[in-house]
Design a protein around this ligand. Sequence first.
Ligand code: ADP
Length: 242
Amino acid sequence: MTKADASNEWLETVAHDLRTPINLVAGCLDVIQSLGPLNDKQQHYLNRAFAGLKRMEHLIGRLKDITWVDSTAPLEVGNVNISNLIADAVDLLLEAAEQRSVTVRVHVARDVESVQGDTARLAQVMDNLLSNAIKYNRQGGTAVITAKREADHVQIMVQDSGIGIGIDDQPHVFDRFFRAPEGVRLKIEGSGLGLAITKGIVERHGGRIWVQSELNIGSTFFITLPFSPPASGTDAGIQLSI
Ligand code: ADP
């Protein structure tokens, strides 16, 4: 077993073991809720406890995703319709966008159809890019997703009118646990793992990801996805199960 495999296995075990106490606490909170009625203060703290648990669940999911990126687990390759992929991400995040009064627009060129890829993993990519475009946006801003066909790949752009990323920080946004200072200062919740996972998934598909951004103007994240991912074994850690 390599050192990376051993540390993955360790992380996997920790993530799994953390779920047991989390479920126990969630169960207890449910009981407290059902024993109500609670006064406003009690309800407030109960809601905060529920929110904290949800965040822990989310973090555990992210840690598991990181172990997947580092592993040689195969992609589940199938036909991924790009319009549907984008529409599903928008559906999932519509409420979050409404809460921040962010208008989401989608432009998919007519000649963009499908790529071969792992639907669930590519859904994570879209979810991460769009949720960032919403949460790092300004109130009442816009998020625009554009997809176009190029030589041997599809290019997807996710553009926002948000807080932007400083030029010195841009090279680091795909690093694990990196968070740019603007988002931290504004207390926007995050783990700094989403883009590292997104990059890992895109690269596993043989694609590329990069960002262009200007502080206080907005950011555009670009990804390319080849029509087919590289054949098994041609790139580090890639195995396909078709
Ligand atoms: P997080 O969970 O912190 O959002 P990500 O890995 O998705 O983690 O992003 C890493 C960092 O990159 C974020 O903390 C933020 O500083 C910056 N970032 C990502 N997307 C955007 C965006 N659309 N606009 C501004 N900053 C962004």
